[in-house]
Design a protein around this ligand. Structure first.
Ligand SMILES: Nc1ncnc2c1ncn2[C@@H]1O[C@H](COP(=O)(O)OP(=O)(O)O)[C@@H](O)[C@H]1O
Ligand SMILES: [Mg+2]
Length: 356
């Protein structure tokens, strides 16, 4: 048996998604091979080993189950190779063979926890510190994609400090260079939090203020009129791409409401593309995965532009949603890999990578 650490929650605007993802992951871990150790991080950054019912993860009910909570942290000391649990009668070390940070967004998907696990010498599922950080920050991702010659929307990035010096100049430059509509996004966020579509200069100024509430750095992009297509990629040196999926947002774009609240958004697996276009997206997904230095897993999202069929990168998600209805596990299921086998493969890839 291997001790598998599942990290969930986190100090992130996507905390509430993480606890639901983690519940699904835990319920699908092959129990004949892995012994699950749960460690939850509250929204205000407290760490606990949780030994209660996994059904309590959604809506943070696990934090009310105080009998199941014990303060615990990952030890940076490689000889511990695991977590330190602060029991009433002293500190106990639990060895961890492999970890899965089922954390979305800031402080979980952005290289911070990955760097900590690397320091601790604990193999973990997903991208390493560098790729996680590069894929989290949309300025970095877009810069790397440009350098690799990967087609994407025209874009501009700037900080709140620079914008504050002369907002009108930035608004004019964005309008001239990108044209409307313009998508405004915090450089570091996720789940569409802080993302807006602006149709004119007034709307752009409002959208920029909103995005700055999430992050001090922004990306503005030309609006692409395209089909939103996602591809699940898994692997280290030789990544494999799943069947692609397509999302049809029920709102003007795939905002938070269309993603998680309103069930009217449509998901199609496989995506409604010609066979040739489908293969083109899969190849583009593997290519972007490699160019961005990904390993373990990443969901790579694209637009297929309606006017000419150009396959354009939207963004990589290094720890995509993992709920039972999330695209990543569903796309692999449609490719012949059921959820439990997918999880086992991801752990195996983690152990192989960190053995090298
Ligand atoms: N350049 C763009 N053109 C058209 N739609 C976009 C563009 N950028 C983002 N969107 C829409 O906004 C959604 C959220 O943007 P995205 O970059 O994926 O941010 P997040 O990391 O929050 O998921 C996308 O799923 C898409 O519907
Ligand atoms: Mg997205």
């Amino acid at each position: 048996m291997l001790n598998a650490l599942i990290l969930f929650g986190g100090v992130s605007s996507e905390h509430d998604v993480s606890v639901v993802s983690a519940k699904s992951v835990i319920e699908n871990i092959p129990s004949d091979k892995y012994n699950v150790i749960m460690v939850g991080i509250s929204k205000d950054g407290r760490w606990f080993r949780y030994s209660g019912d996994v059904a309590n993860l959604p809506e943070d009910k696990w934090l009310e189950d105080t009998a199941g909570l014990t303060k615990a942290v990952i030890s940076p000391d490689r000889n511990d190779h695991g977590i330190l649990v602060f029991e009433a009668d002293g500190v106990k070390t639990i060895r961890i063979d492999v970890a899965f940070p089922v954390l979305h967004g800031k402080n979980g998907e952005d290289g911070t926890i990955q760097g900590f696990l690397q320091l601790a010498g604990i193999p973990f599922v997903g991208c390493d510190m560098l790729a996680s950080a590069c894929c989290m920050d949309k300025v970095m991702t877009n810069t790397l994609a440009d350098a690799a010659g990967i087609p994407q929307a025209k874009w501009l990035g700037f900080s709140s400090y620079d914008y504050g010096k002369n907002p009108a100049e930035y608004i004019d430059r964005a309008a001239d260079y990108l044209g409307f509509p313009i998508f405004v996004k915090p450089a570091n966020a996720g789940s569409s939090v802080g993302v807006s579509k602006a149709d004119d200069k007034e709307g752009l100024a409002v959208a920029i203020e909103k995005a700055f509430r999430e992050d001090s750095k922004l990306v503005l992009e030309e609006g692409i009129d395209g089909i939103e297509v996602e591809c699940a990629v898994m692997g280290n040196e030789e990544p494999v791409a799943s069947v692609c999926g397509e999302v049809v947002p029920c709102n003007d774009f795939y905002d938070f409401e269309a993603k998680y609240v309103n069930p009217a958004s449509e998901l199609h697996i496989p995506a409604r593309l010609s066979d040739e276009k489908h293969e083109e997206v899969r190849a583009a997904a593997r290519n972007a995965y490699k160019a961005l230095g990904c390993s373990g897993l990443t969901r790579v999202d694209f637009f297929v532009r309606k006017s000419d069929g150009l396959v354009m990168l939207n963004e990589p998600n290094t720890i995509p949603g993992f709920t039972s209805i999330s695209m990543y596990p569903k796309m692999f299921a449609a490719s012949g890999l059921p959820y439990a086998e997918l999880i086992d493969r991801l752990f195996t890839l983690a152990l192989e990578k960190w053995e090298i």
